[in-house]
Write a protein that binds this ligand. Structure first.
Ligand code: PMP
Length: 352
């Protein structure tokens, strides 16, 4: 820590993402990327953009892409905000809706970026403990001082909160913004985007990094009533008047339009997940019910850290967290069926 740093730099503890190893032989199951490439239409759209338009600035407010996303949710573009990955959209949301004098709430086990942003922007927060079975204690979120943020499905548990519960939380906090981070929602029963017309305080944040196979392009978006979207634009325009670069805009628009590829790949990941869970249970794991593209699991005898290390030695990378509340659990991304067979073979060798 240097004496020349601002207070914000001093109090910030940066987020540490999952390891990105360069070894091409690694089976990477640690950061919930898609095992499938993006739609071929995405590649074509980006190539076209590279050939013709890179000398031009992108559309500042990304109208065309916001139209495409809005169409998917039967909303107009005034209800949509886009940014460089949902991490950026979340950071803007913290600045647009939370204050330094009112405590926000989020679950104690959730996406570890939330405390990072809260510290960076000097927003006080309460980490609400989960129930014993890792579900969200809904009633504890009925009267927040400063607003609420949670991931649905939650990460790293994968547990889905029903739309009925999302609605109750929004209804009980009508003077604060309730942010639902739906990074994994396309692997779950239904998005709360359908509720935004009824709840002026509800903001949905989603990403194209998971179900649309575009983690490398960095595209996230928010869905909410126009007064919330306007606040996000005020913050964004204070940093950079261009929302996203031309390649990301072109790729994202093509991904949004290829519904067939999107349905096919998400259904395949869900099918693989549902096949994997009983296979893990047969081998002595307990696995939380997952509505995401990952599972959260613990073994009856093998320690999580040992499992992580032994799999890494066999070139399979999974996620092990330092948070003491979940220290004996690991999170494993759903890959292709072939990758999951390799995972099970490695597990068989480790637990033998
Ligand atoms: N929210 C949650 C819950 C996540 O797990 C992630 C991925 N690490 C993100 C948001 C951010 O995703 P991205 O910035 O790639 O859109």
């Amino acid at each position: 820590m240097h004496k020349l740093w601002s207070d914000a730099a001093k109090r910030t503890e940066p987020y540490v993402p999952g390891e990105q190893l360069n070894d091409p032989d690694i089976i990477k199951l640690n950061t919930n990327e898609s095992p499938y490439g993006p739609s071929p239409n995405v590649i074509e759209a980006i190539q076209k953009e590279v050939s013709h338009h890179l000398q031009l600035y992108p559309a500042p407010d990304a109208e065309a892409l916001r139209d495409d996303i809005g169409r998917y949710y039967q909303l107009d573009k005034e209800h949509i905000f886009v940014g460089n990955g949902s991490d950026e959209v979340l950071a803007f949301s913290f600045m647009a809706f939370f204050n330094t004098d009112a405590r926000i709430q989020f679950p104690s086990v959730t996406y570890s970026f939330y405390p990072v942003y809260a510290k960076l922007f000097h927003i006080p927060y309460e980490e609400v403990p989960l129930n014993q079975d890792f579900t969200i204690p809904v009633e504890s979120f009925f009267q927040s001082d400063g607003g609420i943020i949670m991931a649905n499905p939650n990460a790293p548990t994968g547990i889905y909160l029903s739309l009925e519960n999302v609605e109750t939380i929004a209804a009980n906090n009508s003077d604060q913004v309730v942010i639902m981070d739906e990074a994994y929602i396309d692997f779950a029963p239904a998005s709360a985007a359908s509720l935004v017309q009824d709840y002026p305080n509800l903001l949905i944040v989603q990403t194209m990094s998971k179900s649309r196979s575009l983690a490398g392009l960095r595209i996230g978006f928010a869905i909410g009533q126009p007064h919330l979207i306007e606040a996000l634009f005020r913050i964004k325009d204070s940093f950079n008047s261009y929302t996203m670069d031309r390649l990301a805009l072109a790729g994202a628009a093509a991904a949004m339009k290829d519904d067939h590829y999107f349905q096919e790949t998400t259904e395949e990941i869900i099918r693989t997940r549902e096949w994997l869970i009983p296979e893990m249970k047969k081998r002595g794991f307990s696995v939380l019910p997952s509505a995401a593209n990952f599972i959260f699991t613990t073994h009856s005898t093998v320690k999580a850290e040992t499992l992580y290390n032994e799999l890494k030695r066999r070139k399979i990378l999974i996620r092990h967290f330092q948070n003491p509340a979940i220290a004996n659990h690991v999170r494993i991304t759903i890959g292709t069926e072939k990758q999951m067979e390799q995972l099970l073979r490695a597990i068989d060798a480790i637990i033998a």
